[in-house]
Design a protein. Structure first.
Length: 244
């Protein structure tokens, strides 16, 4: 049985093939969400999930194809009115390759930060933020500290976090809420063999925690204990950080 406590009936997802975004959608459906629009690079990859939720939960689904690197140079995002916008597009990339390969480094920066800006700006128009609604941006704890193993990815997420934190302050006092989630390790295909199991949580755990307080805003760590982990990492000696 679905609950009606969720204020979001219509959901827009940029990065529709994200495993984490899809798990969040499933949790939102249980709270009464009825309409979903997915934007992804691989439209065909979205179809199985769209068919699943349409058949099992009788929700309205739609999808459009958009390549963040290529299409942002040629198309301006067209954003309709939704209750909730989820920005989940991302690319972990190959950090070893990026150290010496300009194209890979630029790709990581573009997909995780620069290519998201046109969408976020289009979503948070003056007209839209004057009405109730929310945007959830999935960032990462990697934004907090430069480490040899993923500083390309971390730098991109840091840029995204700072940009959206400024957006949050811009929207204070408005009916529209901005929520920036610094995600810790979550079990997904992208993080497989790259995240310690002891510090990782399941997609379902993450999604359920996220929607427990749907009207929350500002910058947060999820799971919450990552704020303590990152504070500890921030004071580590250089000799230890260089091994991370």
């Amino acid at each position: 049985m679905r609950s009606n406590k969720n204020p979001f009936k219509s959901i827009f997802i940029l990065g529709g093939t994200s495993e984490l975004a899809q798990e969040i959608c499933l949790s939102l459906i249980q709270k009464g969400a009825q309409k979903f629009h997915f934007v992804s690079r691989n439209k065909d990859k979205n179809i199985p999930f769209m068919n699943q939720i349409a058949k099992e939960y009788d929700v309205e689904v739609s999808c459009e194809k958009f390549e963040l690197i290529k299409d942002n140079l040629e198309k301006k995002p067209k954003i309709e009115f939704f209750d909730l916008y989820i920005i989940a597009a991302g690319y972990l990339g190959d950090s070893s390759l990026a150290n010496n390969n300009i194209e890979e480094s630029i790709k990581i920066a573009t997909i995780n930060y620069l290519s998201l800006i046109p969408w976020i700006i289009s979503i948070t128009s003056k007209e839209r933020i004057s009405k109730p609604g929310s945007i959830w941006i999935l960032s990462s704890v990697a934004a907090d500290k430069g480490r040899p193993s993923n500083y390309h990815y971390g730098a991109a997420k840091a840029g995204l976090t700072i940009f959206c934190e400024g957006l949050f302050y811009r929207c204070i006092g408005k009916p529209f809420k901005v929520r920036v989630i610094k995600a810790g390790f979550v079990y997904t295909s992208m993080s497989k063999n790259k995240a310690p199991k002891l510090l990782s949580v399941s997609k379902k755990y993450f999604a359920n925690k996220l929607i427990q307080k749907p009207q929350k805003e500002g910058v947060e760590y999820l799971p919450f204990w990552w704020i303590f982990i990152m504070k500890a990492i921030s004071i580590l000696p250089k000799a230890i950080v260089k091994r991370l």
